[in-house]
Design a protein around this ligand. Structure first.
Ligand SMILES: Cc1cc2nc3c(=O)[nH]c(=O)nc-3n(C[C@H](O)[C@H](O)[C@H](O)COP(=O)(O)OP(=O)(O)OC[C@H]3O[C@@H](n4cnc5c(N)ncnc54)[C@H](O)[C@@H]3O)c2cc1C
Length: 406
């Protein structure tokens, strides 16, 4: 029996692919419905790569959900996995009380959580009217609340950009999106379609100094920052708003993985995974945003397809591993190691660069040999570079390999 934890798109895809291969799968979801984040993402832009269609989040989710029920996957809703041990004991708290499962493999498809205000170090206490962007999205799109009348978006991640447009459409006066980095955090499509098309200004190299108010947010003071992130004197500007949204990044949800003693990486803040999305602990896999933050749902679900193949072939994370290390201007790599004993088919290496560049090269090499070199018209941290790594590329590689931007 295989347990998939999390009924978002990645968990659903893992369950579908495993069931198609004849496996006995149980899909466990803590919410009362499947879909993960997707039901609240009512904008389009999902599934362009995977289905070749421009779907909304709910449409993408429903296409997977239909397949789940058509195949007869065992789905347990309103059921939360509260503990997982290294020995593969899975404890589920559900409607009938606690349950103990002992599967042959566990797929963590637990998604991500949003970084809160505390992650950006703004002094003072949190006031009513402050939200993380995904929470604001849930309240607007699922619960039907109007969350404010005038808003400032802090951080230009994709969720913030999507919510800037969404609030504007709801009649909220969206003053601006401010971003502490000298470049936007979200993908170009969202900058064009959510900000430019709706005349919402984007201020880069700006940070929040204070958020003030009594019973609710009343004003937000922002200022320009220098290259060290320090506020530049005389650049203060005050926005009179009753709502602030934070879109300052996502982190893989790793609490359960830590309980199973799965090693967590500093760079991705997710588990160490190899080309089969297997963690170093046999029988434990991590997919989607629970493995690392993917740029698109299409890539998140691809990771689940890889895992189902690995489980089907009886994969074991034993043998000779080659580490893949981030070099100059590379922030995130997925996977972070290759099991050479099972390297008999190509896999996709996902690279998130550290800063934007035009006409730069991505290079993969070991101490002696360059195995990949390609020039990209534009590289942006928000958009992952996908590189196909084939066994023949690494034939003579002995030690570790490094990925760099030149
Ligand atoms: C606001 C927003 C806008 C986006 N816009 C786009 C876009 O335009 N295009 C695009 O391609 N992608 C977009 N994405 C990204 C996309 O939503 C994600 O890639 C995708 O949802 C990741 O799927 P997942 O299954 O890994 O995680 P999730 O969707 O987060 O699902 C994780 C699931 O695991 C469940 N879970 C967690 N812990 C437990 C537990 N202990 N027990 C049981 N269940 C548990 C959760 O309840 C949840 O249902 C957007 C994301 C957000 C937040």
């Amino acid at each position: 029996m295989i347990v998939v934890i999390g009924g978002g798109p990645s968990g659903m895809m893992a369950a579908i692919e495993l069931k198609k291969k004849g496996k006995d799968v149980t899909l466990i979801e803590r919410a009362e419905r499947l879909g993960g984040v997707l039901p609240q993402c009512i904008h389009n832009g999902f599934g362009l790569h995977y289905f070749g269609l421009e779907l909304t989040g709910p449409e993408f989710s429903e296409m997977l959900e239909e397949k789940i029920y058509e195949l007869g996957v065992d789905v347990q809703l309103n059921s939360m996995v509260v503990d997982v041990t290294k020995e593969r004991e899975v404890i589920v708290a559900g409607e009938g009380g606690y349950k103990r499962l002992t599967p042959d493999a566990v797929v963590f498809a637990v998604g991500a959580r949003e970084k809160p205000r505390g992650a950006v170090g703004i002094p003072g206490k949190r006031l009513p009217g402050e939200y993380v962007a995904g929470q604001a999205q849930y309240m607007t799109n699922i619960q039907g609340f109007k969350i404010g009348t005038s808003a400032l978006i802090v951080g230009s991640g994709d969720i913030g950009l999507i919510m800037a447009r969404r609030l504007k459409l709801e009649g909220v006066d969206v003053k601006a999106v401010i971003e502490i980095m000298p470049y936007a955090g979200g993908i170009s499509r969202n900058i064009n379609q959510c900000l430019r098309d709706f005349d919402i200004p984007l201020l880069t190299s700006y940070g929040v100094k204070t958020i003030q108010g009594d019973n609710r947010v009343k004003e937000v003071v922002v200022a320009k920052v220098d290259e060290n992130g320090e506020f530049i004197e005389g650049t203060d500007y005050t926005y009179n708003v009753d709502t602030v949204l934070f879109s300052v990044g996502l982190l893989p949800e790793v609490e359960l993985l830590k309980k199973a003693e799965i090693p967590i990486l500093e760079s991705t803040r997710g588990p160490i995974v190899d080309q089969y999305f297997s963690t170093p602990i046999p029988g434990f896999y991590a997919v989607g945003n629970g493995a690392a933050i993917f740029d698109l749902v299409d890539n998140a679900v691809k990771s689940s397809m890889v895992v189902s193949k690995a489980i089907d072939r009886g994969y074991k994370p034993h043998g000779k591993f080659i580490p893949i290390l981030p070099g100059k201007d590379v922030r995130v790599l997925i996977p972070q190691r290759i099991n050479m004993d099972y390297f008999d088919e190509p896999f996709t290496l996902y690279v998130r660069v550290a800063k934007p560049s035009v006409g730069a090269k991505v290079i993969i090499h070991d101490q002696n040999k360059t195995v990949f070199k390609r020039t990209y018209p534009a590289l942006r941290p928000a958009e992952m570079v996908e590189i196909e790594i084939t066994p023949s590329m690494l034939e003579e590689i002995k030690g570790e390999i490094k990925v760099e931007v030149e």
